[in-house]
Ligand binder design. Structure first.
Ligand code: ADP
Length: 166
């Protein structure tokens, strides 16, 4: 069974992520979308919430599983029997860091290959950071994230702004 992992922050999942998920899902028997928890970075959504949003958006892909991990990706992959890490590349700016991560991951786990999928051209500009910036100013998120999570993002942003205002 060919198992791959697609790791990221997914804070929140965007149409760019979903495009990579859809394309990678067609290449493997199982694709584990893994929310990697970075305790140094406080996100908009908690890891549990990100998992829930991802599950809602990927439910129609039978080979996709959503999980989260606080440890090293190389260890997680070994534990899950995955031999491939999938990454999306938007622009040259992604390249340097992603190649560095790929080399480190292979040092830590020599069985682990990283495969890069080029972003679809209509999503090359899209990141979770952009989505949060748009939400902060009340822009329509319909073009950036799956419809089923638009209201969750707007609600969360309102809650954050209210907390900061207090
Ligand atoms: P971001 O917060 O920048 O959106 P993540 O850490 O959640 O990034 O991204 C996880 C993975 O998905 C990374 O490999 C990243 O390069 C990729 N990715 C993010 N957005 C896109 C996009 N619009 N198109 C293709 N790949 C993407």
């Amino acid at each position: 069974m060919k198992i791959a992992i697609y790791p990221g922050s997914f804070d929140p999942v965007t149409l760019g992520h979903l495009n990579i998920i859809k394309r990678a899902a067609g290449c493997f028997d199982k694709l584990i979308v893994c929310v990697m928890v970075n305790s140094a970075k406080q996100g908009l959504f908690t890891p549990e919430e990100r998992v829930e949003l991802l599950r809602r958006c990927t439910g129609r892909f039978p080979c996709v599983e959503v999980d989260f991990s606080e440890g090293l990706l190389a260890d997680y992959a070994r534990r899950r029997g995955a031999k491939v890490v999938v990454k999306g590349l938007r622009a040259v700016s992604d390249y340097e860091q992603e190649v560095q991560m790929a080399v480190i991951n292979r040092k830590l786990n020599p069985d682990l290959e990283t495969m890069f999928l080029a972003s679809s051209d209509k999503y090359t500009y899209l990141s979770s950071t952009i989505v949060k910036e748009m939400a902060r100013y009340g822009a329509d998120l319909g073009e950036f994230v799956p419809r089923e999570i638009v209201e969750d993002i707007n609600r969360k942003m309102r809650e954050q702004q209210e907390r900061k205002g207090n």
